[in-house]
Design a protein around this ligand. Structure first.
Ligand code: DX5
Ligand code: ZN
Length: 214
């Protein structure tokens, strides 16, 4: 299995509805929605009302990445808005076990993410309670940054901790480095600028998929 999850952070927000349906039609089954609060990261993006507004514009699986200081407080709102998977950060202030329980209480998937400076060992108390791990391959906050190849060993380490864990990677992913993360064990690849900055979304998605299988 290989899933491409286009990050709408790189889309043309003035045409959000069209962008969201275009990447689904171009072959991406997931949609990566980056939520930033200006506290956990130095950037502000969007909230549950925007998620809700695009929920019926696509059949894509809503992969919501919360980069916010208190995810526990906002789980209900994002779940009601249509999130099907909520990822939050192990570095947040919320109680991690309670936040996972809250997400699962909505019958949706729960994932934890680690920033570049956070070791895989930070996941060990939660690894059996979550559906996915998101390995950040850039410092969270902005799209269009360079891929950090030194994060690749973390993918293997997570596989050693739990061999069947689904792993997503996020940050600077393109057709040039997709095979590196795929071979290490990542099966969900987030890509923002590598898709939305291209004229042909289908070609951009096919190029990333093709690189993994090469
Ligand atoms: C960064 C976000 C990413 C970002 C990826 O904090 O979590 O999802 O939008 O964008 P690219 O693929 O351009 O690095
Ligand atoms: Zn993200």
């Amino acid at each position: 299995m290989l899933t491409i999850s286009p990050s709408i952070l790189a889309c043309d927000f003035s045409r959000l509805k069209d962008e969201v349906s275009a990447v689904y039609d171009a072959g991406a089954q997931w949609l990566h929605i980056d939520v930033m609060d200006g506290h956990f990261v130095p950037n502000i993006t969007l909230g549950p009302d925007i998620v809700k507004s695009i929920r019926d514009k696509t059949k894509a699986f809503f992969d919501v990445h919360l980069m916010i200081s208190d995810p526990l407080f906002y789980i209900d709102a994002f779940a009601k808005a249509g999130a099907e998977l909520i990822t939050f950060h192990v570095e947040t202030q919320s109680d991690i076990k309670k936040t996972i329980e809250k997400i699962k209480g909505h019958n949706i998937k729960a994932a934890l993410s680690i920033k570049p400076n956070t070791p895989v060992s930070a996941l060990k108390d939660y690894i059996n309670d979550i559906d996915m791990v998101l390995v950040m391959t850039v410092e969270p906050g902005f799209g269009g940054q360079s891929f950090m190849a030194d994060m690749i060993p973390k993918i293997r380490e997570i596989k050693e901790m739990k061999s069947d864990m689904l792993i997503e990677v996020d940050g600077g992913i393109s057709a040039e480095n997709a095979k590196l993360v795929y071979d290490a064990g990542a099966r969900v690849l987030v890509a923002g600028s590598a898709i939305f900055n291209k004229a042909d979304y289908k070609k951009a998605i096919d190029d990333i998929k093709g690189a993994c299988k090469a």
